[in-house]
Design a protein around this ligand. Structure first.
Ligand code: GDP
Ligand code: IMO
Ligand code: MG
Length: 421
């Protein structure tokens, strides 16, 4: 009996999960998304082309792969449908590679409006959500009002849709928010028809059957640990459990069936949207990271906030996820820096703290350790021994602090720009 291996972002999202899943897929038959929805933007780059996926698992481009959208995911039929059409236009038979859980919840057009209205009402304290309707959809899930993919097979689907929509319209009235969903709603029902072409499954049965049959399964996380609804920087988080625990509830696998946990982090740190970010840089160094790393959102195009690697947050994420192997991304972005800093602790009200505090606001001052930069291009490095000593010292320090080996190092966006130790 096989176990599910897991790929997770350990920071605030956009660590490079799409690339890593794409690199790892030759070793897996099944790739499954277990939480989140079109708030995710996972980039893959091969054969000189870049693809961005939002709902579809990042295994879709590999021949013979099975890609599952699990029960923990929330689906916007418009976005999923556009994604499917785009992949099909590349000549890929998506229908034979993509399975969708009947238990996954649907994002309604009015969920998107509620997301926007809620953010507008918050003003300065807004979350900076992706405005994809994620929060409202998960609220209806836990509030037991949601519509699920399997419901589209029911003759009462249209009626149930109208009932939920009416409820949302009532809520939107309270917000005094102006909107028009006519066009989006038309596309939404077209999207539903597109989804009907696909095999809608009990994904928990399918995943457990694959495991029992010794078929390898890789779970693909979305967002990052610091955006987890329970353990992230609440309320500036997303609405799902992004941690490894989410694999159990989002796919229906037992905790004892979790295998390797690949924790992904950038060699520095980014965040998009509002909320605490202790190592954020507001100076030219931060701007350099943004420009060199092309740190602009894959889903919303927003500039990402940039800063140094935060080992306090990273160690927290490693602990909460039970990470067994680390994967360091975007190492090449630091090529030209004279000095590289890493936060090894915080100072809060004059006290030294080495864990992630309940509230981490401006009063949290990072305590840095400095490393000399390697000052050379590492994009063409393909084996670990070829890395300069300064680079290897940086990696060794991260391994020593986290207690977890760094097994893969990414030195560029392409599939091939990867060093496996
Ligand atoms: P995800 O949401 O975790 O899948 O990450 P995103 O796709 O949103 O953001 C990661 C970005 O970094 C994408 O534009 C990738 O193409 C790019 N990327 C991934 N790995 C590397 C790397 O090692 N070096 C560089 N320079 N870019 C990378
Ligand atoms: P991937 O999978 C980075 C952030 C938003 C916002 C907060 C809540 O590509 O790493 P939401 O729309 O979920 O209600 O927004 O979470 N956020 C992400 N940031 N990468 C993502 O996904 C994100 N998904 C949501 O910017 O701060
Ligand atoms: Mg992303």
């Amino acid at each position: 009996m096989k176990k599910v291996d897991v790929v997770l972002g350990l920071q605030w999202g956009d660590e490079g999960k799409g690339k890593v899943v794409d690199v790892l897929t030759p070793g897996y038959k099944v790739i499954a998304r277990f939480q989140g929805g079109p708030n995710a933007g996972h980039s893959l780059r091969f054969d000189g082309q870049t693809f961005v996926l939002h709902t579809v698992p990042s295994g879709i481009f590999r021949d013979g792969s099975v890609n599952i959208i699990g029960n923990g995911v929330v689906i916007d039929p418009v976005i999923l449908s556009e994604e499917i059409d785009k992949i099909e236009s590349l000549g890929i038979d998506v229908r034979s590679r993509l399975l969708i859980s009947k238990r996954a919840h649907l994002i309604l057009p009015t969920h998107r409006m509620l997301d926007a209205a809620s953010e507008a009402a918050k003003g300065k304290t807004k979350i900076g959500s992706t405005l994809k309707g994620i929060g409202p959809a998960y609220m209806d899930k836990t509030g037991r009002n949601g519509l699920r993919v399997g419901d589209i097979l029911s003759p009462e689907f249209a009626e149930r849709y109208e009932r939920l929509k009416e409820k949302h319209i009532g809520l939107l009235r309270q917000y005094d928010y102006e909107y028009d969903i006519t066009e989006y709603e038309r596309r939404w029902f077209e999207g539903i028809e597109n989804i009907r072409r696909f095999e809608l499954i009990d994904s928990e049965q399918a995943v457990n059957r694959y495991l029992a049959d010794d078929v390898s399964v890789l779970a693909e996380g979305a967002q990052g640990s610091m955006l987890d609804i329970d353990f992230g920087t609440y309320p500036f988080v997303t609405s799902s459990n992004t941690l490894c625990a989410g694999v159990c509830t989002g796919l229906g696998v037992a905790p004892t069936r979790i295998g390797n946990v690949y924790g992904i982090f950038k060699a520095y740190c980014t965040r998009v949207g509002s909320g605490p970010f202790p190592t954020e840089l507001f100076d030219s160094v931060g701007e350099c990271l943004r420009q060199i790393g092309h740190e602009f959102g894959a889903t919303t195009g927003r500039p990402r906030r940039c800063g140094w690697l935060d080992l306090v947050a990273l160690k927290y994420a490693v602990m909460m996820n039970g990470v067994t192997e680390l994967i360091m991304m975007k190492s090449d972005v630091l090529n030209d820096f004279d000095t590289i800093k890493v936060a090894v602790g915080y100072e809060v009200d004059g006290r030294r703290v080495d864990y992630f505090p309940f509230e981490s606001n401006e009063e949290v001052m990072p305590v840095y350790r400095e490393f000399p930069g390697w000052k050379c291009d590492i994009c063409n490095v393909r084996s670990y021994d070829e890395f300069p000593k300064e680079f290897r010292d940086y990696v060794a320090f991260i391994e020593q602090e986290t207690g977890v080996p760094v097994k893969i190092i990414s030195v560029g966006p392409d599939r091939d720009e990867t060093v496996v130790r």
